[in-house]
Design a protein around this ligand. Structure first.
Ligand code: NOJ
Length: 747
């Protein structure tokens, strides 16, 4: 035994020594290169040049800049021949033969388009996140892209913000789990292996907190909120080895992120020990002038470089100003060397020196059948069943169905936002899939509206006729892809155009309506909720939307998706999120007085009311974590291994879940805690663990969940992480609003 321990110890030492020597060897190579580089070449490494995705050739100017070593990376060059051509210039003709990186926004798939990230988050499934990003990486690599600007990990509590579609939802813990999985998918175990590409975790930081959900807006935030809610996924990204980070467009407490040394230096480098490189967002560096944070390009370069921003995307303040700033001794050459070190380290780690020309790229297939199958599975798992009156779903395939709505056969729209390379000709729509599932004569199609914003009622008559001839109406509603994503915030998040009007008209036909929503955000549906028998949130599901939807609607597959954002009744409730603090006057149903209950000429008083809206109450339409299934589950007693825990313990919980319904289904078991009394107020609930369990009808399984006590803490307003002793509440539940409360104590 002793020998075995000694052997293991020696092995471990050899292993760490080997890793240390390897790191050391890379650092030596980097330093040797830096020694040989001129100032211009060093600055060149910090320049990310944009090209138009539609460019047919390479400009002579770009070729010349690459030849002189004045470019570190290029974005949006998607013609593989052009990539290889310009790479050859970099490798063979530039002074130090440093290869370029080729970046692209591959956000939820390259050609095989998976559900939008908000949809993927609704799977609550890290394996799906990893597998889909691995496919995206392989397809990108096959097209000579070795750097994706993903994952986007901005926690978001505001459905008006268009970019919520790209986000992992409102919860920092779930977002962190998914972030790690995405990075593993893109980068693999070995970043330098063919097929793996660099991840870029974005947007650092707090972009999801833009005021009013208006894109690019200001962010005013306490340090505790920043650290407890918005930073955790970024910290997780560092832990997962994210090769690069991207700054955000917004300012944080008055300092734009691209010039924010608190974020880039104090937090990212000092605290988290991040050693990759940071790229700015598109022109976000020079936009610091428009923000009113810098007077001119020179000040921009000074502030960005001093703050720790390494590579500038598209704007050229570094190219134009860094040399002068060094000559004027405002920036030292060692500061620039450090920037270059970050960039070269990642180039070495990614293996681009050994593999500049994408070897074996042709072995990675585009739109491979297995990838399309994954697109379908991930879509199925992302769908959330929100309402199912009288179990109208699943539908028998013997029924006659009217297929109506602007999203029923919209090849482009079902792909969602940020699909530069996705091709609508590969999309299979719900109509196409339903025509393959049902006898042709049993499907009556009439879109009713040409597109989601359509205001013309011309098609209503035909839609009504189709409805009358059918037993059930399948209404595919939602938003076109362009209505969410960057710069596409909305002040009213109900169905655009006259979709509601059409649904209300169809309701008069007396046939049950199944509402399937394809959108980049939760959509307020309270006005039409009484008119529909079932509601399915399908997000923008991607290439395989149709087959995936046909399978769940007809019951071939079950629903398992859960909301990762709180779904409001009305836009005025926003921001609305499950992990809010309590207030001194929390709302509850016993004391709540609604607008209609107030007597005329009521005496001035608070009417027993607490923190709520008179006209919208205090509960959302659907809570975080919610989602129905074709089966049902029951939770047994929640057993805590220990009720009093030391700081070094783990909270260990056991619960038996039973499938009480008639078919196989997957339950997402969620563990929430509340720190009851602390030095700053804490949320009413916080997700700390979850697991998924698939159970056959009647089957029971004991589930164990464990959370280290060290993870029950929070950051104070001084930026200190603490786990304060005291009482905690605990729930193990199917969503953020249910479950029986337990109590435990931390010593
Ligand atoms: C701006 C967006 O904010 C960012 O997410 C994207 O990666 C860059 N443009 C590059 O296209």
């Amino acid at each position: 035994m002793k020998n075995r321990i000694a052997f293991l110890f020696i092995f471990f030492q050899m292993f760490t020594y080997h890793a240390f020597c390897q790191t050391d060897a890379v650092e030596n190579k980097i330093n040797a290169l830096i020694e040989k580089m001129t100032l211009e070449e060093k600055i060149g490494q910090a320049c990310l040049k944009g090209t138009s995705s539609r460019s047919k050739g390479l400009s002579d100017e770009l070729k010349e800049q690459v030849r002189k070593g004045l470019v570190g990376a290029i974005l949006n060059l998607t013609d593989t021949a052009l990539v290889l051509q310009i790479q050859k210039i970099a490798v063979e003709e530039s002074p130090n033969h440093i290869p370029l990186l080729f970046g692209r926004d591959v956000i939820h798939g390259y050609k095989t388009i998976f559900p939008i990230p908000l949809g993927l988050s609704a799977t609550w499934n890290a394996a799906i996140a990893e597998q889909t990003s691995a496919v995206a990486a392989h397809e990108s690599y096959a097209r000579c892209i070795n750097w994706t600007f993903a994952p986007m990990v901005d926690v978001c509590r505001d459905a008006r913000w268009g970019r919520i579609a790209e986000s992992p939802g409102e919860d920092p813990y779930l977002a962190s789990v998914l972030t790690k999985a995405y990075i593993k998918g893109y980068q693999g175990e070995d970043l330098s292996a063919p097929g793996n590409i660099l991840a870029c975790t974005k947007h650092f930081a707090a972009y999801g907190a833009v005021e009013g959900g208006r894109d690019y807006n200001t962010v005013n935030i306490s340090e505790s909120l920043l650290r407890n809610v918005y930073l955790p996924p970024f910290k997780a990204a560092v832990e997962a080895g994210s090769a690069t980070f991207m700054t955000s467009f917004n300012d944080v407490n008055g300092v734009p992120a691209s010039g924010n040394s608190f974020l880039l230096k104090d937090v990212l480098r000092e605290e988290w020990k991040y050693d990759g490189f940071v790229v700015s967002d598109w022109n976000s560096v020079t936009e610091m002038i428009t923000h009113g944070y810098c007077a001119d390009e020179k000040e921009v370069a000074l502030k960005a470089a001093t703050a720790g921003m390494d590579m500038e995307m598209t704007s050229q303040s570094y190219a134009h100003q860094l040399k002068v700033l060094i000559q004027e001794k405002k920036i030292t050459e060692e500061q620039l060397n450090e920037i270059v070190r970050h960039i070269l380290r990642i180039k070495f780690r990614a293996g681009v020196f050994e593999n500049p020309y994408f070897k074996e790229k042709d072995s990675f297939k585009i739109l491979d059948p297995a990838s399309l199958e994954l697109a379908k599975t991930s879509a199925v798992k992302s769908f959330v069943l929100l309402k199912n009156e009288k179990q109208i779903l699943p539908l028998s395939t013997n029924k006659t169905v009217a297929v109506i709505g602007p999203l029923a056969h919209a090849h482009k729209e079902q792909l969602g936002t940020w699909i530069f390379d996705g091709d609508k000709t590969n999309s299979i729509t719900p109509l196409t899939a339903l025509l393959q599932t049902y006898a042709t004569a049993n499907v009556k199609y009439a879109a009713g509206l040409k597109y989601s914003r359509d205001e013309s009622e011309e098609g209503f008559k035909e839609a009504l006729a189709a409805a009358k001839k059918s037993e059930v109406i399948l209404f595919f509603a939602g938003e076109e892809a362009i209505l969410s994503g960057e710069a596409h915030s909305r002040a009213d998040i109900s169905l655009p155009g006259v979709q509601e009007k059409l649904i209300q008209a169809l309701a008069k036909a007396g046939k049950p309506i199944i509402l399937v929503i394809m959108a980049g955000r939760p959509i307020t549906i309270d006005r039409i909720l009484p008119n529909v028998a079932a509601v399915v949130m399908a997000w923008h599901p991607g290439t395989m939307a149709g087959p995936a939807l046909a399978d769940v609607l007809t019951g071939k597959e079950n629903f398992s998706g859960r909301l990762t954002v709180t779904w409001p009744k009305t836009v005025g409730q926003i921001p609305i999120y499950y992990n809010h603090t309590n207030t001194g006057r929390p709302a509850d149903s016993t004391s709540f007085v609604g607008i209609k209950d107030i007597p005329v000429e009521a005496w001035q008083s608070s009417l027993g009311n607490n923190s709520h809206y008179l006209d919208a109450g205090f509960t959302p339409r659907y809570t975080f974590g919610y989602g129905m299934s074709y089966t049902s589950f029951s939770y047994g007693d929640i057993l805590l291994k220990k009720n009093t825990l030391d700081q070094s313990d783990s909270l260990k919980v056991t619960v038996t879940i039973t499938n009480t319904g008639a078919r196989t289904g997957t339950e997402t078991v969620q563990l929430y805690i509340q720190d009851v009394s602390a030095s700053i107020v804490r949320p009413v609930r916080e997700l700390k663990a979850f697991t998924q369990v698939e159970l056959k009808a009647g089957e029971s399984r004991e589930i164990q969940l464990s959370v280290p006590v060290a993870e029950l803490g929070f950051y104070t307003n001084e930026g200190k992480y603490v786990v304060e002793p005291g009482t905690f509440n605990l729930w193990v539940a199917p969503d953020a609003a249910s479950g029986a409360k337990q109590v435990f104590t931390v010593k």
